[in-house]
Write a protein that binds this ligand. Structure first.
Ligand SMILES: Cc1cc2nc3c(=O)[nH]c(=O)nc-3n(C[C@H](O)[C@H](O)[C@H](O)COP(=O)(O)OP(=O)(O)OC[C@H]3O[C@@H](n4cnc5c(N)ncnc54)[C@H](O)[C@@H]3O)c2cc1C
Length: 411
């Protein structure tokens, strides 16, 4: 009888979770022990965290216990923080213990890219993970409440750094919530100022130009200042300094300036690009066929040699591929290279508007918004078929019925 293979997956985000559920279906329990390690015992829908940050979505809707999504009889779930990887011992060092591996899947996401802007790390709010966006929502709410007590106008000035995909999606959600917040706290809407600064002079580089045009047109109608070609040079708790030398007083700096790789994977001698590990066509690290790096922690290249921007779409396809690939290796079968299929991108421009290109077809408005919803629902199907989809839709209905869809209490 063959010895059991020990498979360790780091990260319960899109890539890690898809690897886990694929493996649980493809490898018999007699052949492998599978461990999934994640900082939290819940999974969150990263593609929607900007909505809950803005108060547009009840956070419960994007917060899912991992044990509801995997077969805990098959997968050993460990809630712990990964500290480092010991390549020699084939061991992962966690805060509370360590785990030996035969195959390691590092799907631990990235980290916010701050470009070493002084004061940003300490004072910025990052649209990056669930906990951070929870803090941001509280911060925004508190500014409205505290303004009523001290009339400090800088409380109602919000600066967003970065008008990329995430920055734009957040901007629209946030601006839609402002009238509701003002009504709730009895503040005139004109008092609230939102400034979005983007160092580039063009929007959404790397995406279809029609998406950028739609976003730009819709932004013209918004009650906010969008400053193109202007970078944030530094910030403190109370002020932002821009690259043109001007300052703005604010208590809330929201950073959406992109992500870099995960620091845990630095200094392991792996080939890197912007802190992300360059993997081969099998998503393995060159020279370490037992180590896969997936999702935002890694980088893959288009046939033209351009690095693909990190996305959930890549992470999900990689997770499924990696699960299948390890299963093939366990059973001694030949493996095939990873073939990324780009299906398009849809960007929300508020609750009922979006823009995107799907399978080469340009869509916008309510249709695009609906397609985005379908893409989100498809994720549940990928995780656990129709049963998971029905379960999650039911859960969603219950949360909305018992609480509310957003987090701004009605008057
Ligand atoms: C607001 C927003 C909107 C987006 N919209 C889209 C979109 O519409 N379409 C799209 O394709 N992409 C979108 N993206 C990008 C997409 O969400 C990411 O590319 C995707 O989440 C990457 O998946 P991942 O599994 O690599 O990492 P993640 O989803 O970040 O998961 C990483 C997991 O690892 C855990 N972890 C990290 N470090 C440790 C550690 N040291 N120890 C233990 N656990 C750890 C984390 O807690 C997390 O659970 C969006 C991103 C954001 C922020």
């Amino acid at each position: 009888m063959k010895e059991k293979v020990k498979i360790v997956i780091l990260g319960g985000g899109y890539a890690g979770l898809l690897t886990a559920v694929t493996l649980q279906n493809k490898v018999h329990a007699k052949r492998a022990d599978i461990t999934l390690i994640n900082k939290q015992d819940y999974h969150y829908l990263t593609t929607k965290i900007h909505e809950s940050a803005a108060g547009a979505l009840n956070p419960e809707l994007i917060h899912l216990p991992i044990s509801d999504l995997i077969d805990t009889e098959r997968i050993h779930l460990v809630k712990d923080v990964v500290l480092k990887i010991d390549l020699m011992k084939k061991e992962v060092i966690l805060k509370k213990c360590s785990e030996r591996y035969d195959y390691l899947v590092a799907a631990i996401g990235g980290a916010p890219r701050t470009f070493n802007i002084p004061g940003l790390k300490e004072n910025g709010h990052f649209i990056f993970d669930f906990e951070g966006t929870e803090r941001l929502r509280e911060q925004i709410k508190n500014q409205f409440i505290k303004y009523n007590a001290d009339q400090d106008e800088s409380r109602l000035t919000f600066v967003i750094g970065g008008a990329g995909f995430t920055g734009i999606e957040f901007l629209f959600e946030f601006l839609e919530q402002i009238p509701k917040m003002c009504k709730k706290y009895g503040i005139e809407e004109e008092k609230v100022k939102v400034i979005c600064a983007e160092s580039a002079t063009t929007l959404l580089n790397g995406y279809d130009s029609r998406m950028a045009q739609d976003a730009w047109k819709s932004m013209q109608k918004l009650k906010c200042k969008v400053l193109g070609g202007l970078a944030i040079s530094s910030c403190s708790k109370k002020e932002v300094l821009f690259s043109d030398g001007k300052t703005v007083k604010t208590n809330t700096i929201i950073w959406a300036g992109g992500i870099k790789g995960n620091p845990i994977l630095e200094n392991l001698g792996f080939p890197m690009l912007d802190g992300r590990v360059i993997v081969n066509e099998y998503l393995e690290v060159e020279g370490h066929k037992e180590i896969y790096i997936l999702g935002d922690a890694s980088v893959i290249f288009s046939p033209e040699g351009e690095p693909y921007p990190p996305s959930a779409q890549i992470a999900l396809q990689q997770g499924q591929y990696c699960g299948k690939n390890i299963a093939l290796k366990v059973y001694g079968q030949p493996i095939k290279p990873f073939n990324y299929i780009y299906r398009g991108a849809v960007m929300s421009l508020g609750r009922k508007n979006a823009t995107g290109v799907v399978y080469g077809n340009y869509i916008n408005g309510k249709l695009a918004s609906f397609i985005k919803y379908v893409i989100e629902m498809r994720y549940y199907y990928m995780l656990g078929g129709l049963r998971m989809l029905a379960k999650e839709m039911k859960r969603e209905r219950l949360i909305i019925k018992n609480h509310s869809k957003d987090t701004i209490p009605k008057n």
